[in-house]
Structure formats: C-alpha cells, structure tokens
Ligand binder design. Structure first.
Ligand code: SF4
Length: 241
C-alpha cells in the first residue's frame, strides 16, 4: 500500500448533513413527560453551537487512532499523543510494521500505553490488510481494541447515526431523566437512547449532552444555578432557581 495513502475523508454531503439543524418535529410528543423532554432537548440544541467537535483531526485513520488514545484521557492529551505518534509513524503501514514498544513510548504520556499501542497496531494492520476502515459497527467492533463507544465516535465522524455513551453523556442523560437508567449503566443507556429517540438526532444528542456534561453538569459539582435547563431538570440542586 502506498505509504502516503490517505483514507477517504467524509464526503462533503456527509459533512453538510452533520451541520444541518435537527428537525425537532421528528421527536413526537405523546405525554406531559415527553413534552418536558422535548423542551429540554430543544433548549439544549439551540443553546449549543451546531458544530461541536472534541477531536479536531479530519483524516479518518488518524481520527480513529486519536479516539483510541482518548480512553481514560483528556481530548487535549490524546491529540498530543497522536501528534507524537504520527510525527514518527505517519500512516497505517508505518504503524503496522513498527515494534509495539516504539508505539508505547510515543503515546506513553496519555496512559494505558500498552493496551492502546496494541489496539492502534491492530487497527493499522487491519487497514493495511483490507485497504480501508470498515463503516459498519459490527465490522468496526471486530477489530481488537475497538469497542462500541469508539466505533460510534467513528460513525458520527462519518455523519452516520451514532449514540456515543461516554461518562459525560451517561451522567447527563440520566440526571435529566431522558432515560430510566443510572449514570453508571452505560449499556442500558445506550440501548434505551437508541430505542427512544429518532436516529436523526442521535449524534447531535450525543454531542450536545456530552458538551453539557463538561460545561455545566459536571460530575461532582454541577452548576445548576446557571444551567439552561435547570427549571426542567428533575435532579437540579435545590439552591438553583
Ligand atoms: S440542573 Fe444541574 S443536574 Fe440538572 S442538567 Fe443542569 S447542571 Fe445537570
């Protein structure tokens, strides 16, 4: 494989679809409870910018590697590790043929270097062997080290329907009462969100609630006083209006 080969970036139409505002009429209101949920979602969708991204990488392979590096790590640190890695091993060929110890040293600062190096090498070997990154969740999760969350991050990057359940999303969706699941029950949250909400809003919902968890609804000290959905939230702190 040509070592300079770049995997196809998302098509322009796909990026446009990701930026298109979500039509909330698709979210059908059947009860008072659903009406409150709709108001929460509409409020947050209009509060946060249409384009939310936590990882700025635009190359699909590098994006996926950066997502792997973000496990138990901040996005900033994951991007720094990715820059270190790609400055020495710039593409799937170079990574697939590199020694695991070399990969580990390059990504060491982000933690879990041994398992992340294994996953990144497995992904690179898959891409070298197959000539592409799969675009279906069942195929993506067959690659060692790529779990449901990482696969969904990649689907979202491709502007496909994707529910991304990380710690922020699970906490916020649970506190807001959008699904009947605890914030630690990530598998249950994933299944319930997929079942309850239309595919069209999955990715936007994932990004907006994730952002909300970082800005207001923090784990230990949520800022309920300034939160834009404080009046609608069943878990708001009593001191909030
Ligand atoms: S009111 Fe508080 S608990 Fe509810 S979503 Fe806002 S910050 Fe989170």
């Amino acid at each position: 494989m040509d070592s300079n080969h770049r995997y196809p970036a998302p098509k322009a139409g796909a990026i446009a679809a990701r930026r298109r505002p979500v039509n909330m009429r698709e979210f059908k209101v059947k009860s008072m409870e659903a009406s409150i949920e709709k108001e929460i979602i509409e409020t947050l969708f209009s509060y946060y910018p249409e384009e939310i991204e936590f990882i700025s990488e635009k190359d699909p392979f590098r994006f996926l590697v950066t997502v792997i590096l973000s496990a138990s790590n901040t996005d900033e640190s994951a991007e720094k590790c990715a820059r270190n890695l790609f400055s020495v091993l710039p593409d799937p060929n170079a990574i697939a043929s590199a020694d695991s110890n070399q990969i580990e040293k390059l990504i060491w600062s982000g933690g879990l270097a041994k398992s992340k190096a294994r996953s990144i090498k497995a992904l690179a070997s898959y891409v070298v062997g197959n000539g592409k990154i799969p675009e279906e969740i069942d195929e993506l999760t067959k690659i060692p080290g790529i779990g449901e969350k990482t696969a969904n991050c990649y689907l979202g990057f491709l502007s496909r329907p994707a529910v991304i359940v990380d710690t922020h999303f699970a906490r916020v969706v649970s506190r807001l009462g959008l699904v009947d699941a605890g914030e630690k029950e990530r598998d249950k949250v994933y299944k319930l969100v997929k079942k309850k909400f239309p595919e069209r809003i999955w990715y936007r919902l994932s990004m907006v609630l994730n952002k909300h968890g970082r800005v207001y609804c923090k784990s230990r000290d949520p800022n309920c006083t300034s939160c834009p959905v404080s009046k609608l939230c069943p878990k708001r702190r009593s001191s909030a209006q």
